[in-house]
Design a protein around this ligand. Sequence first.
Ligand code: NDP
Length: 329
Amino acid sequence: MGFKALIVEKDAEGKTSASVQNLTDDQLPAGEVTVAVDYSTVNYKDGLCIGPGGGLVRNYPHVPGIDFAGTVEASEDARYKPGDKVVLTGWRVGEAHWGGYSQKARVKADWLVPLPDGLSTRQAMAVGTAGFTAMLAVMALEDHGLRLGNGPVLVTGAAGGVGSVAVALLSALGHEVAAVTGRPETESYLRDLGASQIVPREMINETVKRPLESELWAGCVDAVGGAMLARVLGQMKYGASASAVGLAGGAGLPATVVPFLLRGVNLLGIDSVMQPYENRLRAWDRIARDLPMDKLDAMIQPATLADLPQLGADILKGQVKGRVVVDVN
Ligand code: NDP
């Protein structure tokens, strides 16, 4: 039977274009589990894959969508049977493999996790890769000693997907949260999610002038990278950790090693793509338990497959607020 998907094609000049088209089951790639997709989302990487590819897409025509949630339709793997609710993030799905911007997806069983108890497929995708990664970042801070009462935790790129979920999670856990944003109009949104302090982007977005500044932050979830992360490292409290999640502000890190040597600051790398299965379960379990669903609802911007070309361009310009949930049906 036919179904709809967002297809990205590349012409002879190397220019890409995206449109909603009809596909049939026999066009799906190889894989053990076929999933009827309910929802997908828009992450920063999706913006690249809907557009020029950013070096991530291997072959065209391509179906982007780095995450999805839905219901198993057919399975050749004993772990899954028709009717099971599942979630997928990572494993280069939507980049090297066809992804979730489709009413059907076929993937390896190893890439799936069961939908966590207490979450609908829509809520799981409101969380999506961005929120899942925010949870991994918070877990890493906790594993490296972040405790309640240590002081404010900084979240950069706060009004974006990773940032919004990190603010809501940290605040619900009882931390004081300082949110860095370049969009002053998002202040009330961020305060509603639980930020008690708003830090304007320009206050913190300069190249390091002094390797050590006043000790301000007990932890940091950083979605921005670049000069901002470099500056933040010099503002961390003694022994505190920063989780490096993203590069929305740049892939360079114009920092010095002084905060590591004189303050015992830790820089923690966060990767969501190749995360081992057990840690995925741990993160989803924590999300279902610790993320307030009313705050998640406040982050949602609904969309359809036809909206994706515009939303892909918007997220690359840092213009998407919170989490886009794509109803593919
Ligand atoms: P979003 O676009 O939703 O959020 C990024 C936010 O960063 C923006 O909303 C904006 O926040 C801020 N920002 C954008 N441009 C700049 C700039 N030039 N300087 C400073 N701040 C800027 O993206 P996501 O939340 O989906 O992803 C954030 C980052 O995390 C991306 O780089 C993404 O690739 C990465 N990522 C990494 C993962 C991993 O496994 N390590 C998984 C998921 C995402 P504001 O307007 O509030 O300032």
